[in-house]
Write a protein that binds this ligand. Structure first.
Ligand code: ADP
Ligand code: ZN
Length: 753
């Protein structure tokens, strides 16, 4: 008898994503188990590939079997709970085993193929090797001869206050070369230190010293008992903006920990993690770990290890934190649960709620979704009793919700005022500045001018590789494609097609910043968009500065709209979201309603009441009016009716099938063939309600020189449906159609690709 293992390999196509059997060499037997990462020979040429062991067996010796090349140490093996998540992901999202592995554990915990010192034997190597970093400290004085360079002086000055890490010094403009030379001179000493584990170590612990309001207490009382039952339970905390949902979270987490269980908290975007980390660390101290994509690989891995080894009681992070290797979870919170960022847009295309539900079921935990504007699906589920509904109707401190007024930008223009900032908005901002209060302004387009048209032929200047307009970025002096990153510089003045004069229009955050500076020369303006927050920690630093009232106006894209809590903000302005009013996809109304309600809710959260102004070319838009009235209940009634009449979730599931390839005719025919296979296989099954729309070109028909088509499949989304789709995918691959167009399936998209 010999020991064998069943292995799923990396880079598998859908059709070939099966388990392959390998022989285990005697010296590997004690190392390998289900969940082990292994290196295997694959295919005719026996090239080395990564794999994961999903089963072990004893079989009669079979000479034909290939043997494992190498096995990663036991510490790298996936524990049973994470392995279950891998299988769950593969079942639910149509990804391959190994794609699921890569989603569940961070890059830094993975291994990669390499060669042993002999240069021929394939072995595994850690993906991350450097866990230490250089730390420099001052040990001598800087000689005055030869005359020290400015950089050397700067380095010595910086280190005067104590040791610093290389990274930190480099960020301040001191290069490694300079430091090493100073070490040679005996001025500095360098040591290797373990990379910092404690990301926010300087936050003092104050404990949870709040008294809940009666309404908050009632919410807590309704939820807390479910922490102790050991049975899974789902609840929706529907509380208006500023009602203190976070305070209810803190009390629940406190109770969860008191019961000896652990808590997982998801926030929708990186920008909101610092605020949550601060609140959690100040309440609960050090045993808080963080998982989000702005951490570098090492930080992320070290945090993950801390969780894995039982060193964390609380994990906070964005979407992928839902896979954190926490054991004995008692509470999972999904804050701002309606946010689209909880749906992954690359493989595996998972929905954090679905994974969270699974983990809550496995752990017997309380799953708490929270929002001022719950998703239509979640609120419907609550209204049907599938989630416990808990509500907070009052703002903390008894403040009313902000008052909202709309400015009709068409009327502004008709009255001869063509500026992008209306007179009413200008007046309100001025007044707010005079009162020493802060203003938040939302404009959901980054760049300077967002559209370039030819005055002669009327054509819009588009990216050569993508079917989207190029956006003018003034500071960079170029036109930029926001999809593929292509740029044109210098900025053209003549139409590339007809030579006519180009007209630059459209209003982006950079132009808004410039206009605000002209209108309010003494105001301190902070611009928050992808361009201004691209460097590490920028987000956090800027928000903290705004919180200290170092700025008067914060202008930004979506990222300023949600979750932020600043007491001095009394005015909120929406400079523009009109493009969203005309967006595609069945969740577009919900998105507009939620965005406007959320941003309006940023104002008047402390003593002074808030006011909001919305500029729009469609002041009659019903969704906008409901958002202005902050009337979620009316919105929900209207939206659920629309979903029912036009058959959208929660009344069915929508599975989007996307196709992309370099030749449009090929993509179209591959998509058509997929639809045909789907139709044929579905008709062989009983009770398979399906509606297939398309294929049609996607809303953005081309990205990065790839043409894009889509099929919209309305279905039940149950196991039978997934089995059907798997069969369709396998047939599609057998016919070698992926050579014409690659295919993706998304069970959670908003119906637009
Ligand atoms: P939400 O998340 O519901 O929009 P927050 O949890 O951010 O609201 O609370 C809004 C503000 O009110 C925060 O500054 C919070 O500290 C304060 N607050 C809410 N409830 C209380 C309470 N019971 N005691 C003290 N401060 C509170
Ligand atoms: Zn492009």
């Amino acid at each position: 008898m010999a020991k064998t293992v069943q292995v799923a390999v990396s880079n598998a196509t859908y059709h070939f994503d099966k388990l392959y059997t390998y022989l285990v060499m005697p010296d590997q037997e004690s190392l390998v188990r289900t969940g082990s990462l292994v290196l295997v020979p694959f295919g005719r040429s026996s090239r080395a590939r990564m794999g994961i062991v999903l089963g072990c067996d004893e079989v009669p010796v079979n000479a034909k079997l290939k043997a494992l090349f190498d096995v990663a140490p036991d510490t790298a093996a996936l524990p049973p709970d994470l392995l279950r998540l891998v299988l769950f992901l593969r079942e639910r999202t149509f990804c391959t085993y190994y794609e699921a592995v890569k989603a569940v554990i961070p890059y830094g915990a993975l291994y990669k193929p390499a060669l042993a010192e002999d240069g021929v034997t394939p072995v595994l190597r850690r993906q991350l090797t450097r866990h230490t970093e250089n730390q420099y400290r001052l040990v001598g004085t800087l000689p005055q001869k030869p005359k020290p360079t400015a950089k050397q002086l700067a380095a010595v000055a910086l280190l005067g206050g104590g040791p610093r890490l290389l990274n930190d010094l480099e960020e301040k403009g001191v290069s490694r070369d300079v430091l090493d030379r100073l070490c040679d001179k005996g001025v500095l000493a360098c040591e290797k230190v373990n990379k910092t584990l404690d990301l926010y170590g300087d936050i003092p612990q104050k404990g949870v010293d709040v008294t809940l309001t009666p309404q908050q207490q009632a919410a807590y009382d309704a939820l807390a008992p479910h922490l102790a039952t050991g049975k899974a339970h789902g609840a929706l905390l529907y509380g208006v903006t500023g009602s203190g949902k976070t305070l209810v979270f803190l009390k629940l987490i406190q109770q969860c920990l008191a019961l000896g269980r652990k808590a997982l908290i998801l926030v929708p975007e990186i920008g909101l993690t610092p605020q949550m980390i601060h609140r959690l660390k100040s309440a609960f101290g050090d045993r808080v770990a963080v998982q989000h994509s702005a951490l570098n690989h090492t930080e992320r891995f070290l945090q993950w290890q801390m969780i894995q080894s039982g060193g964390a009681d609380i994990v906070v992070g964005t979407r992928s934190a839902v896979f954190a290797p926490l054991r004995d979870i008692g509470l999972i919170i999904i804050d701002e649960e309606q946010e689209h960022t909880y749906r992954s847009e690359s493989a595996p295309r998972f929905y954090a709620h679905e994974v969270a539900r699974q983990r809550a079921a496995e752990n017997g935990a309380l799953l708490l979704l929270a929002s001022a504007t719950p998703s239509t699906e979640s609120f419907y589920a609550a209204s049907k009793g599938r989630y416990q509904l808990v509500t907070l109707t009052q703002r903390y401190g008894g403040n009313p919700l902000p008052t909202v007024e709309m400015v009709d930008m068409r009327a502004e223009l008709a009255e001869g005022h063509s500026g992008d900032i209306s007179r009413r908005m200008e007046e309100a901002i001025r007044q707010n500045l005079e009162q020493g209060k802060q203003t938040i302004l939302l404009l959901n387009r980054r760049g300077y001018q967002t559209v370039t048209v030819c005055q002669d032929c009327g054509q819009v200047l588009k990216c050569e590789k993508c079917s989207v307009p190029m956006v003018y970025h003034k500071a960079r002096g170029e036109l930029l494609c926001h999809y593929c990153g292509s740029s044109i510089r210098p900025v053209p003045t003549k139409c590339p097609t007809c030579g006519g004069k180009l007209l630059y229009t459209g209003f982006g955050t950079q132009k808004a910043e410039e206009e605000l500076a002209k209108l309010f020369p003494t105001a301190r303006i902070l611009r928050m968009d992808q361009d201004s927050t691209s460097t590490k920690d920028a987000h956090e630093r800027l928000l903290a500065a705004f919180g200290r009232h170092e700025y008067d106006i914060m202008l930004g894209t979506q990222m300023v709209a949600k979750g932020l809590d600043f007491e001095d903000v009394t005015l909120v302005g929406v400079l523009g979201i009109d493009s969203l009013l005309f967006a595609q996809g069945f969740r577009s109304s919900e998105n507009v309603f939620s965005l406007v309600t959320q941003v309006v809710g940023r104002g008047g959260r402390a003593e002074s009441p808030g006011h909001a102004i919305i500029q729009t070319v469609a002041p009659e838009d019903p969704i906008l009016n409901l958002a202005a009235a902050q009337d979620y209940d009316a919105f929900f009634q209207q939206e659920i009716l629309f979903r029912k009449l036009s058959l959208y979730p929660p009344f069915c599931r929508v599975c989007m099938v996307g196709f992309s390839g370099t030749k449009e005719a090929d993509v179209a025919s591959a998509a058509a063939r997929f639809a045909q296979i789907l139709g044929q296989l579905a008709s062989q099954r009983e009770k398979m309600p399906l509606r297939v729309l398309g294929p049609t070109p996607c809303t953005i028909a081309k990205i990065n020189d790839k043409y894009r088509y889509k099929l919209t499949v309305k279905c039940r989304g149950d196991r039978a449906f997934r089995d059907l789709m798997r069969e369709v995918l396998a047939t599609y691959e057998k016919e070698k159609l992926p050579q014409k167009a690659s295919v993706i399936l998304d069970m959670h998209s908003d119906g637009d690709l």
